[in-house]
Design a binder for this molecule. Structure first.
Ligand SMILES: [Zn+2]
Length: 317
């Protein structure tokens, strides 16, 4: 018990605690700039803080919902369910942990996969549900990822994965670690066939997932301010006994040091991703138009050429 606990009466403490909280419901406090934000406005802004641009963590279904076109969506591998093969128990039974996570999230496990369209281009997409057991990768995540990748392989359409995870699911031990090999193998098959696979990292991506599917994309991309690495910064600092540089493991740091290829803002994701994918495929997307700056530039060039033409034709002018 701290000295404060001893001198402040318990009723006053509970009042203190409740007065410092932002009321749940219509308002949400930004974890980065502490602004109190109106939820409907925040949702309209794709859960990006309008004050400081912080990208809030969002669930798998919302992620897929804001990424895919509204029509022609089909969920994949819905029949895959978690199995407690090892009858594992730590302070709590693994079975109970699974039940709790299923009740909390409404998902069977930590990955949702869908076949859908992005600006009319057929794609297969998988998204991690971080609030399900920390988005950890066990049998179901590996299996669903692999089945989704197989659909992409069979139909030769791009595969995109949104990772958000703490790493491998330790309650599944070796079975969990085997998913690294399984997902890596199917990504290799995509590469051999020339089917694009793009990894998009969202906060956070650690452990076995960063050591496999999250960094094996033809292009590895991330949201701004994402933390990603194999081991967390505290563990690294304790091991090497050195202070880590500022911003270590943030997506901006990773981009600067060549670990990832691109950072994409959530609001630009659909357009940038479809623009990227048209470069990888023969699919020409009528809805992807040139940037306004490029159009202006083209007009300027044309005007200059016309002026030059006129000058050549009328040397006296
Ligand atoms: Zn903010």
């Amino acid at each position: 018990m701290s000295w404060l606990d001893k001198i402040v009466p318990s009723k006053a403490k509970s009042q203190l605690a409740s007065s410092s909280k932002v009321p749940e419901g219509l308002w949400k406090k930004c974890v980065k700039c502490s602004s109190v934000l109106y939820r409907p406005e925040l949702e309209k802004n794709l859960d990006v803080c309008p004050k400081c641009d912080h990208h809030f963590r969002i669930g798998a279904r919302r992620r897929l919902d804001i990424f895919l076109d509204e029509d022609n969506r089909e969920e994949l591998a819905t029949d895959v369910e978690p199995i407690d093969r090892l009858n594992f128990k730590d302070v709590k039974k693994y079975k109970d942990r699974l039940n709790d996570a299923q009740k909390k999230t409404g998902e069977k496990d930590a990955l949702v996969a869908m076949r859908g369209e992005l600006n009319g281009m057929p794609v297969v997409v998988a998204a991690f549900e971080f609030s399900f057991h920390g988005g950890s990768m066990g049998y179901v995540v590996g299996e669903k990822f692999t089945r989704a990748a197989q659909v992409a392989l069979e139909e030769n359409i791009p595969f995109i994965c949104f990772a958000a995870t703490g790493g491998a699911r330790m309650q599944e031990a070796l079975i969990s670690l085997m998913q690294m090999a399984k997902t890596s193998a199917v990504i290799e098959r995509l590469k051999q066939q020339g089917t694009p696979y793009i990894s998009f990292m969202t906060d956070p991506v650690y452990g076995g997932v960063s050591a496999s599917l999250a960094l094996l994309g033809d292009i590895n991309t991330a949201e701004p301010g994402v933390r990603a690495g194999f081991a967390g910064p505290n563990i690294i600092e304790q091991t090497i006994r050195q202070k880590l540089p500022k911003g270590f493991q943030l997506s901006e740091f990773l981009l600067e040091h060549g670990a990832i290829d691109m950072i994409i803002h959530r609001k630009e994701l659909r357009e940038k991703m479809s623009s990227l994918l048209t470069k990888f495929t023969y699919y020409s997307n009528p809805q992807v138009v040139a940037e306004p700056d490029e159009i202006i530039l083209a007009e300027e060039v044309n005007d200059q050429e016309v002026d030059k033409d006129i000058d050549q034709k009328n040397p006296a002018a």
